[in-house]
Structures are given as C-alpha cells and as structure tokens.
Ligand binder design. Structure first.
Ligand code: GDP
Ligand code: MG
Length: 163
C-alpha cells in the first residue's frame, strides 16, 4: 500500500506552507473561518519514482494562541499511528520551545522514522540555533525554507529512503 508521510509540529512553524508547496497547484483552501485554519490536509506527492500521501495533521487546529498541549499530543499520536515517516517541523528562526520539547519527547519513545525538519532557513547559512536542535535527540536537523523552496529536494530524497 501507499506510504504515508505526516507533518507535525507546533503552530506557526510553517507546516501549511511546506504542504502547499509540495501539493502545488492541486491544493485549494477549502474554507477560511476566523480562528480555524481549514487548509486541505492531504495531498499526493510524487518524487522520483515514488508516490506517497502527505498529511498535515495540524491542518485543522485553532489559531496559534489557543493551541493546547493535549491537541499537539493528539496530533503526534495520530502521526505515530498512521505514518511510515514523520516530519517533525521546528522553526529555525525561533529555536527550541517548550512545545517542541514536548513533541520530541513523545517521538523519541516511538520507533517510527522521524526526520527533524528545521524550517525558515532562508539563506544558505545554518540557522543560528542549528546545533541546539541536536538536543531534541532526533538525529541530524535537516534545514529547509518552505517559503524559498530551499532544501526540499534533499529532504524528499531522505523521506523516500525510508520506504
Ligand atoms: P503552520 O501553523 O505550522 O501551518 O505554519 P504556516 O505555514 O501557517 O506558517 C506560519 C508563518 O510562517 C507564515 O507567516 C508563513 O509565511 C511563515 N513561513 C513559513 N515558511 C517559512 C519560511 O521558509 N521562511 C520564512 N521566513 N517564513 C516562513
Ligand atoms: Mg497550518
């Protein structure tokens, strides 16, 4: 059956931006209600000779100020149950937050492959927090810029190497 890749992370790290970039023209915002991001949360992605389903488990979440820890736990739990590979996204301009640490702790207890994706690295230099991200205990941080489309190809190569 088709491989499933889930994108998780706290609000505002760039999950939807990343998702929309990969989904390309086929993506459409279904509804836009104040306080609720109702982006499409599922897309088929083709990379080299692989096709996989990408899921943004945070696609339906309250506005960033209202997110509560139990919702993030649910997001991570869902991803750990359904995904073959989990992309855990953090913000290269913000560094590690308490919410990131909480998600990382759940992911470390699980044995699904996790790729630690550091987004918002918009220049060809490391994030100033690059080495801090190793403290999350999830291996090498992979830097991308969803907005500038940097590092996406290398990340997808890594994703499909886990199938
Ligand atoms: P989500 O809550 O994790 O889905 O995050 P969004 O995709 O909604 O992005 C949150 C904010 O970060 C938006 O203002 C995006 O424009 C911004 N953002 C996303 N990706 C990048 C990036 O690669 N670089 C920069 N500088 N900003 C980004
Ligand atoms: Mg989002």
């Amino acid at each position: 059956s088709k491989s499933i890749v889930a994108v998780i992370g706290r609000p505002n790290v760039g999950k939807s931006t990343f998702f929309n970039r990969l989904a390309g023209r086929r993506i459409s915002i279904v509804e836009d209600t104040p306080g609720v991001t109702r982006d499409r949360i599922y897309a088929e992605v083709e990379w080299l000779n692989h096709t996989f389903s990408l899921i943004d488990t945070g696609g339906l979440e309250p506005s960033s100020s209202e997110i509560i820890p139990s919702q993030m736990r649910k997001q991570a739990q869902l991803a750990m149950e359904m995904a073959h590979v989990i992309l855990f996204m953090v913000d290269g301009r913000a560094g590690i937050t308490a919410q990131d640490q909480e998600i990382a702790e759940l992911l470390r207890k699980n044995n699904r492959p996790v790729i630690l994706v550091v987004n918002k690295v918009d220049s060809h230099q490391h994030s100033e927090y690059y080495y801090d991200f190793y403290e999350l205990g999830l291996g090498d941080p992979i830097e991308i810029s969803a907005e500038m489309a940097y590092g996406i190809g290398d990340l997808l190569d890594l994703v499909i190497s886990h199938f």
